[in-house]
Design a protein. Structure first.
Length: 201
């Protein structure tokens, strides 16, 4: 059975981590959870830098740091798992950089995509869930602020608009993230099971 690469995208506090973990728990056969940035020793160090509210890296520096963490995650974790025919569930992937740095930061989607094609050796998800939630509703959800969330609604609105421009109806599935977590999970799980049947058909 071939592997399946599933990613979750959306603005901050849209429920990506919750849904990614729920999906891994629901899938039999050893689904692997990965998060971005992070998931490797190098990636976790880079995560600390990228999330630190005391730092203000240039947008290009920010994009390159994300790409570096992603490159290590792909080579060390994701590709080996896919080669073992496992399901890999990733909390963010390249589309996050396209939305945040390419769109919201104004670096250009094509420019950021080129960096990440090199970083990931052209690896792309099989299925991507866009957890759709308004920035206003997301801001009302409890949680500690990181550097990106601390920038407020303006950034999240720009990111949300960027995701709309990136949306690909072939690979992406839009999910209403304003509902209860278990309702969202049921929809996600049904889509993933259908995708697995297609892969193995």
């Amino acid at each position: 059975m071939p592997g399946l690469f599933v990613t979750f995208e959306g603005i901050d506090r849209s429920g990506k981590t919750t849904q990614a973990r729920l999906l891994c728990e629901a899938l039999s056969g050893g689904a692997l959870y990965a998060r971005e940035p992070g998931g490797t020793e190098i990636g976790e160090h880079l995560r600390e830098l990228l999330k630190d509210p005391a730092l203000a890296p240039d947008a290009r520096t920010e994009a390159l740091l994300f790409a570096a963490a992603r490159s290590q995650l792909v080579s060390e974790v994701i590709r080996p798992a896919l080669d073992q025919s496992r399901v890999v569930v990733c909390d963010r992937f390249v589309d996050s950089s396209l939305a945040y740095q390419g769109g919201a930061r104004g670096l250009g989607v094509e420019e950021v995509e080129q960096i990440n094609r090199f970083a990931t050796d052209d690896l792309a998800p099989d299925l991507t869930f866009l957890l759709d939630l308004s920035p206003e509703d997301a801001a009302r959800r409890a949680g500690m602020l990181d550097r990106f969330e601390d920038e407020g609604l303006a950034l999240q609105r720009s990111v949300s608009e960027a995701y709309e421009q990136l949306f690909d109806p072939v690979r992406w599935r839009r999910v209403d993230a304003g509902r209860a977590a278990e309702v969202v999970h049921a929809e996600v799980l049904a889509e993933v099971r259908a995708a697995r049947r297609e892969v193995t058909a």
